[in-house]
Ligand binder design. Structure first.
Ligand code: NI
Length: 222
């Protein structure tokens, strides 16, 4: 299941990111792929040590952390610092499954990838192709919107045949490893938010919130 998180970043902010990324020190993305993935990967990636990457990584982490929908959907425990990629000139990423475990530079802790995230930085009309494809769904979002999807599902990025597609991407280890449990918590959370917005009676809503937290307590692996 893919979950769209709208407006993690404003369109203006995404444009500023594109402007900064235009002058960054891009490298062949195959250098950072595993042996098998490298055979199907054809894009550019920004090295973690690039000063532009460091700035924008901090910005993306801040915006993602401030998004209630992202937090509710992902229930993040650990996040691999966001990286940046660029597809153009027919660049694509063929069908693959993401690595299971990622190291965080400078830290001993590792991150199990339960969820993959792509934050679109280019506007959809700036390029042709470049859809993220997973389980028959094809995703191409406005700049500043994010898609969350299971890291263990086969996915690909279609060739970009015009313009360029810039994006930030990262992996999340969720407090709730089981995707079905996580999905039920998300649905319960959204239902509670809807009831609160509709001004529903406080006492039943408070009981539902209690139920949410007790389920999270039972299922969270922290
Ligand atoms: Ni992938």
């Amino acid at each position: 299941m893919m979950i769209e998180i709208a407006e993690v970043m404003s369109r203006d902010e995404a444009r500023l990111c594109r402007e900064r990324l235009a002058g960054a020190g891009w490298r062949d993305g195959r250098l950072s792929a595993g042996e098998v993935a490298a055979r199907v990967k054809s894009n550019d990636q920004l090295p973690d040590v690039d000063p532009v990457a460091a700035d924008l990584t901090a910005l993306v982490l801040e915006r993602v952390g401030a998004s209630p929908h992202f937090i509710a959907a992902a229930l993040p425990l650990r996040i691999v610092p966001p990286r940046f990629n660029r597809y153009r000139g027919g660049g694509a990423y063929g069908p693959h499954i993401d690595n299971a475990v990622f190291a965080i530079p400078g830290q001993t802790e590792v991150v199990r990838s339960d969820l993959s995230a792509t934050l679109f930085l280019s506007e959809p009309d700036e390029y042709d192709g470049g859809e993220l494809v997973l389980g028959g769904e094809r995703v191409k979002l406005p700049a500043g919107h994010l898609i969350l999807y299971p890291s263990g599902a086969v996915h690909n990025v279609e060739p970009v045949t015009r313009g360029e597609r810039l994006a930030a991407f990262f992996w999340v280890q969720s407090m709730v490893r089981d995707a079905q449990q996580r999905a039920m918590l998300f649905e319960l959370d959204e239902t509670i938010q809807t009831l609160r917005a509709a001004g529903s009676d406080d006492a039943p809503v408070t009981r539902l919130i209690g139920l949410y937290h007790n389920l999270l307590r039972a299922w969270a692996d922290v």
